[in-house]
Design a protein around this ligand. Structure first.
Ligand SMILES: Cc1ncc(COP(=O)(O)O)c(C=O)c1O
Length: 469
């Protein structure tokens, strides 16, 4: 009974946080939380009633609350989650099924494999037929990228690396990505013992896409110095501006140098078949591996990333393991295909959402976010006090208030951002682009409509008038 009441209360909390999102600030950070962080409460010795525990959790959460359901929350790529995946998450956790081994959840394994097929289909990523799923769900883009780099390492440097490590390698392996690529890639190289310096960060053009000439020059230099070019990472939606690299050209360079071609499409790849931007993603289907974070523009709650590969056997060869307690019956055991043993079953939420919305429903939501970003760009371009960084290709748009010098511009735009946060109107992040400060607006919320962007512009201009250096 107590549990039923708790669930029903949580549903009320969710409903009001989502339906009345504008009753709270776009971002709140109560100063008292710093105190609590420095002085944690002691471990409770005695039992507490669930309703009061729940009440305290709510109080803490809402005192430092990132209001992702607010239509003017424009930070990073943190979405307002859809409801269907929440239902899936609850079912998966409550039944405690894991798609890790056939006997730990054959139903879960089938659902996971099917979700991978649908995700590949949604973004246009082909696969070889085979018994093993052509990918895996992990906790996020970071681990998906690190797993892809391991595939590149194991497949191209020889399987003995898995046994002997890097010590016996004659040539130093090198990796290539644009400067706009995500830090998870060098972190992954660090984790794999390949070293951050093995990553060549290649210059980008004015819109943030990799400069192909610079890439070719870097490769030629490395080859001349006896390095072993191993993998090129294409960025399909940079975190800063949503830039998408010329993927077909990268695929050609990868082929020429016999490198692995990984695409980090953590944020952007889900737009690969949207009619408004599919032209940007030509060549995505030529990748050897692809990272997608459904907890970005597929609007799932955090903690789900996907790695897609053409052939599931590659994952199996790279990750298979056994223990004397494990009875291997030759079944499809997904723990053999990822860095995890046990993991949380997150694909049920995506499976349910894909069934619930269908491809068309998802494309419609994505279309709204694209339209909102373009609306903002149009508004900015029409206003003489504002300057657009560049036309948005994905649902991210950056702009700034004009000012005569860099120092004034930086102070002015930062002050306006602070004012918007303080009054709870909106949350936008600051972007450092080539040493200059911009206001970065990511449309993460499928309920954000053009009028919310009009309200943002009005508020920015209003605070501009208040600003006195
Ligand atoms: C392009 C890109 N790659 C990788 C990541 C890392 O993903 P996660 O934070 O889910 O580990 C991000 C996260 O924002 C990203 O934008």
């Amino acid at each position: 009974m107590e549990l039923r009441r708790a669930f029903s209360h949580v549903l009320d909390v969710l409903a009001s946080a989502r339906d009345e999102a504008q009753a709270r600030p776009a971002l709140s950070m109560d100063e008292a939380l710093q105190q609590r962080l420095a002085n944690p409460e002691p471990l409770p010795e005695q039992p507490g009633a669930l309703p009061s525990v729940l009440k305290e959790a709510e109080r803490l959460i809402f005192s430092g609350y990132c209001n992702v359901s607010h239509p003017r929350y424009f930070g990073y790529i943190s979405p307002r989650p859809l409801m269907a995946p929440l239902v899936g998450d609850l079912l998966a956790s409550g039944l405690n099924q894991v798609p890790g081994a056939w006997r730990a959840g054959a139903g879960a394994t089938v659902i996971e494999a099917e979700t991978l097929v649908w995700l590949a289909d949604f973004v246009g990523f082909p696969r070889h037929p085979g018994r093993l799923p052509h990918g895996i769900f992990v906790g996020g883009g970071t681990l998906a990228n690190a797993s892809a780099l391991k595939l590149a390492r194991d497949t191209l440097l020889g399987r003995q690396v898995q046994q002997q490590g890097l010590t016996g390698l004659g040539q130093r392996p090198t990796f290539y990505m644009s400067r706009e690529g995500h830090f998870s890639v060098w972190r992954g190289l660090d984790l794999l013992g390949l070293g951050r310096e093995s990553l060549r960060l290649v210059d980008v053009d004015a819109t943030g896409r990799i400069d192909m000439r610079a890439l070719r020059e870097t490769l030629a230099r490395d080859v001349a110095q006896g390095m072993r070019p191993t993998c090129v990472v294409g960025v399909a939606g940079s975190s800063a501006t949503g830039a998408v690299d010329p993927l077909a050209e990268l695929a050609a360079v990868a082929r020429e140098h016999r490198m692995w071609f990984h695409v980090d499409g953590a944020s952007g790849a889900v737009l690969a078949r949207h009619p408004r931007c599919e032209h940007l993603f030509t060549g995505l289907d030529q990748a050897d591996s692809l990272t997608i974070d459904p907890c970005k523009w597929l609007f799932l709650p955090f903690g789900i990333g996907a790695l897609l590969v053409k052939d599931g056997r590659e994952l199996f060869q790279s990750f298979s393991a056994s223990g004397h307690y494990w009875e291997d019956r030759g079944e499809v055991d997904l723990f053999q295909m990822s860095p995890y043993g046990t993991r949380q079953w997150r694909s049920l939420g995506l499976w349910m959402t894909l069934k619930h919305l269908g491809r068309q429903g998802y494309l419609e939501l994505l279309g709204r976010t694209l339209e909102a970003a373009r609306h903002l760009a149009r508004r900015v371009s029409r206003h003489e006090e504002l300057e657009l960084l560049h036309e948005p290709s994905l649902p991210i748009c950056s702009f700034r208030l004009r000012a005569p010098t860099r120092e004034v511009r930086e102070a002015l735009n930062a002050a306006v951002q602070r004012a918007l946060i303080t009054e709870g109107h909106s949350y936008i992040s600051l972007l450092d682009w080539r040493g200059d400060t911009w206001l970065r607006v990511a449309i993460n919320n499928y309920t954000t409509a053009p009028h919310h962007l009009d309200e943002l512009i009005d508020a920015v201009l209003l605070h501009r008038r208040d600003y006195a250096p």
